[in-house]
Ligand binder design. Structure first.
Ligand code: FMN
Length: 183
């Protein structure tokens, strides 16, 4: 069974981390379906039925994006609004995401230590992604441990990004869902 990776980066041309992660995933195309929202929907008209079909075809899903204002880039938010629809994802007959394994993979600008309880952000990544975990709970899906790479805005070296890409591919392909976190 392939893992579906939904990649939401507004401009991969200027990305260092997510672009490198994407290149790494493409080396495993036999085991990963890579689906990029911004090039798929340049006018932001999301084909919800198509997205729902993709979700139904995969048991495991990873949402990959850069953390923007402690949240998703806006097209991914719209994807949730359009695709997690009443009668499909929730409501009396909406059970299509029940038991689906869904994880988040984020590149994060700030340093890991600032996301510690006593760091300058004051919230951990687990706390930042509460809207996501609450949404998954609402639709009966299973939240996988997240994957995060910190320090993207603090001059992460090519070597560090390369290493995080390898860790990320292992996370996506992992069968045991162990938490994997890179620097
Ligand atoms: C609009 C915007 C908002 C951002 N908000 C945050 C944030 O809330 N927290 C943080 O740690 N980094 C933040 N960053 C830094 C990004 O997370 C970082 O640039 C990105 O993860 C790098 O990935 P990339 O090389 O694939 O673009 C923000 C960057 C932008 C452009």
């Amino acid at each position: 069974m392939k893992t579906l990776v939904i990649l939401a980066h507004p401009n991969l041309n200027v990305s260092r981390v997510n672009r490198r992660w994407k290149e790494e995933l493409l080396r495993h195309a036999d085991r990963i379906t890579l689906h990029e929202l911004y090039p798929e929907y340049p006018d932001w008209t999301i084909d919800a039925a198509r997205e729902q079909r993709l979700l139904e075809e995969h048991e495991r899903v990873v949402l990959q994006f850069p953390l923007y204002w402690y949240s998703y880039p806006p097209l991914l938010k719209k994807w949730f609004d359009d695709v997690f629809a009443y009668g499909w994802a929730y409501g009396s007959s909406g059970d299509r995401l029940k038991g689906k394994q869904i994880g988040l993979a984020m590149s994060i600008g700030d340093k890991r230590r600032n996301y510690e309880p006593d760091g300058s952000v004051s919230f951990t990544v687990e706390e930042v992604i509460v809207p996501f975990t609450a949404s998954l709970r609402h639709v009966g899906a299973t939240a996988l441990p997240h994957f995060a790479a910190f320090g993207a805005s603090f001059g992460a070296s090519d070597e560090e990004i390369k290493r995080s890409a390898k860790d990320y591919a292992r996370y996506v392909l992992s069968e045991d869902h162990l938490p994997r976190r890179s620097e």
